[in-house]
Design a protein around this ligand. Structure first.
Ligand SMILES: *Cc1c(COP(=O)(O)O)cnc(C)c1O
Length: 390
């Protein structure tokens, strides 16, 4: 049996252990400290590098947390989402985009995707808002668009609708660190944005996340809630319910080290995507998901995804997945949309059939930065063999 090819493994740059050692040497083995502060500054500088943020001299503040899910949860808390409120969320995503809505006692309202970027359809978004207002008499409290698989959504159109109805946006950029929309980095759109540093994301802290805030006051509030909401008193006094969501100084050490290889990771994943496009060219019914317009949508290609149309290809997505698995290669169907999840079966949904169709025919291929070009060829050969057998 050949060695297993995984979807997306973590890859250490080399300096991570230095920063962890520093934490041990200085006894900062706690959920705060020099690594946490330095990691936050490094992330902020990375996000601020982009021209648009710089030109507008826009403020950015990054709060490092224990998970991307915690970042989304805190974002909702800071936006004042509470019991009975409705929050619009992209249906085509990982459950962690939607779960924090329920943590707050609020109700998710799912909106389907458009075909070009696979992210929230701005037209459906507006329909959903209008319909919710007419049905409930209330505006949804927030909108959670997702930059799925690293592909930026149609942010201008989404933000225009959000502004028109004055509903704040919480951007789920968990998969999109290093992606850009019109030259602006993902993770800098909306009122707040959530990043993830889970083991399989663009960079890892072994587990972790961050909330990107647009002013210092909100960053301070995020920090307050993330550290058990302690009032300013010598004893422990609380006027709000708090959370234990701060990132550990050890994890942040890994993050600091990873920042040195982030750009390299982005470039490698993009190169892997381009190689797949090249090698899979000409196989009938198999299509690699690509950015619609390179000058507007710049994906980090966290995962390269394909669609398989069985009526054209003669084989299905599931045939590909099973053939890859037989060859010891990991692949996975695209995210199962939230409106199809048993746990969300009674939730309002505004659909067009697109995410359902993508879930039927879509597959994520191995895309981690450690993969060699030979590995990619091995993956493609399995798919080519299926096509030859016809
Ligand atoms: C990974 C992910 C999250 C959650 O991040 P964690 O750090 O794993 O909590 C949220 N949304 C999306 C789209 C993700 O892919």
């Amino acid at each position: 049996m050949q060695q297993r090819i995984w979807m997306s493994l973590a890859h250490m740059g080399g300096r991570e252990q230095e920063f962890i050692q520093e934490a041990f040497d200085s006894n900062w083995v706690v959920p705060l400290g020099p690594n946490v502060n330095a990691f936050e500054i490094s992330l902020r500088d990375y996000l601020k590098e982009d021209k648009q943020v710089k030109d507008e001299n826009r403020e950015l503040h990054v709060v490092a947390l224990s998970a991307g899910t915690a970042a989304l949860h805190l974002g909702l808390i800071l936006l004042g989402v509470g019991t009975g409120d409705e929050v619009i969320c992209q249906s085509f995503t990982f459950s962690a985009s939607a779960n924090p809505i329920v943590y707050q006692g609020a109700i998710p309202v799912f909106v389907d995707s458009e075909l070009e970027t696979w992210n929230m359809d701005p037209t459906l978004l507006e329909q959903a808002i209008k319909d919710r207002i007419s049905k409930t008499g209330n505006k949804p409290k927030a909108i959670i668009p997702v930059q799925l698989y690293g592909m930026p959504g149609k942010m201008d159109e989404i933000l225009t609708v959000a502004r028109k109805y004055e509903i704040p946006v919480l951007e789920d950029a968990a998969e999109a660190l290093g992606s850009e929309y019109k030259g602006q980095k993902c993770g800098t759109f909306g009122e707040y944005a959530a990043l993830s540093f889970n083991g399989n994301k663009m960079i890892t802290t072994s587990g972790g996340g961050a909330l990107v805030c647009r002013n210092e006051e909100n960053a301070k509030r995020a920090l307050f809630y993330a550290t058990q909401a302690r009032d300013n008193a010598p004893h422990y006094q609380h006027s709000c319910i708090g959370y234990n969501y701060r990132m550990s100084n050890i994890c942040a050490g890994i993050g600091r080290g990873q920042m040195f290889v982030l750009e390299e990771h982005v470039e490698r994943r993009q190169a892997i995507h381009d190689l797949y496009v090249h090698l899979l060219e000409g196989i009938k019914g198999v299509k690699v998901m690509c950015q619609p317009e390179e000058s507007v949508f710049r994906s980090n290609y966290w995962l390269t995804c394909i669609t398989v149309k069985p009526e054209e290809a003669g084989f299905s997505r599931e045939d590909v997945r099973l053939a890859l698995d037989k060859d010891n290669i990991e692949s996975r169907p695209l995210w199962k949309p939230m409106h199809l999840q048993p746990v969300f079966k009674d939730v309002p949904f505004y659909g067009n059939g697109i995410s359902e169709q993508l879930f039927e025919i879509g597959l994520c291929l191995p895309s981690g930065p450690m993969l060699t070009n030979e590995d990619i060829k091995r993956v493609v050969d399995v798919i080519k063999n299926l096509a030859c057998k016809l």
